[in-house]
Design a protein around this ligand. Structure first.
Ligand SMILES: [Zn+2]
Length: 161
């Protein structure tokens, strides 16, 4: 919370109280009018400071909400990550992350893009035939991995490689 804004609001309210108290001792109308103007100014100042403190508090709450969401996301990704293992399933040197059967939970075997995986994203590779050779392509980062095969069967779970 914005402590400076709160202290300023308290200080302005104290001034307003002092001014209001001094109003009782005023004798002439012009003295009273002058003090009323001072009083209005002090109240306005207090109102502005309170608004600043409220805004600062709202911004902090928003920041906490964002950070909590990021922490949840990170924890979810750590769980998701542990379901995969790095494998070299083809003739080529390409490595991909394959779903482990142990953590499949009924999900079909598939391969994930290594680059995207290291960036915290779960992107499933797509087989694309190019000039008769099968390549695995990442639809997100466009990484292309040569398999060294012209045809491939369905992907297996990580344990099979
Ligand atoms: Zn990728």
């Amino acid at each position: 919370m914005d402590l400076i804004a709160i202290q300023a609001a308290i200080s302005s309210l104290k001034s307003a109280t002092d001014i209001a108290r001094s109003l009782l001792e005023m004798k002439s109308m012009s003295e009273i009018q002058g003090k009323v103007i001072e009083l209005q100014s002090a109240l306005l100042q207090a109102q502005n400071c309170a608004l600043s403190a409220t805004t600062a508090q709202f911004e902090l709450q928003e920041r906490v909400r964002l950070l909590e969401a990021q922490l949840r996301e990170k924890a979810d990704w750590e769980t998701e990550k542990s379901r995969y293992r790095l494998v070299s399933p083809w003739i080529g040197p390409a490595q991909v992350y394959a779903l482990t059967q142990a953590a499949a939970n009924g999900e079909e075997p598939h391969f994930l893009c290594t680059s995207c995986f290291h960036g915290g994203k779960r992107i499933i590779l797509i087989p694309v035939s190019q000039e008769g050779w099968l390549q695995m392509v990442c639809p997100a980062c466009k990484a292309t991995m040569a398999t060294g095969y012209q045809t491939l069967g369905a992907a297996n779970y990580a344990e099979a490689y």
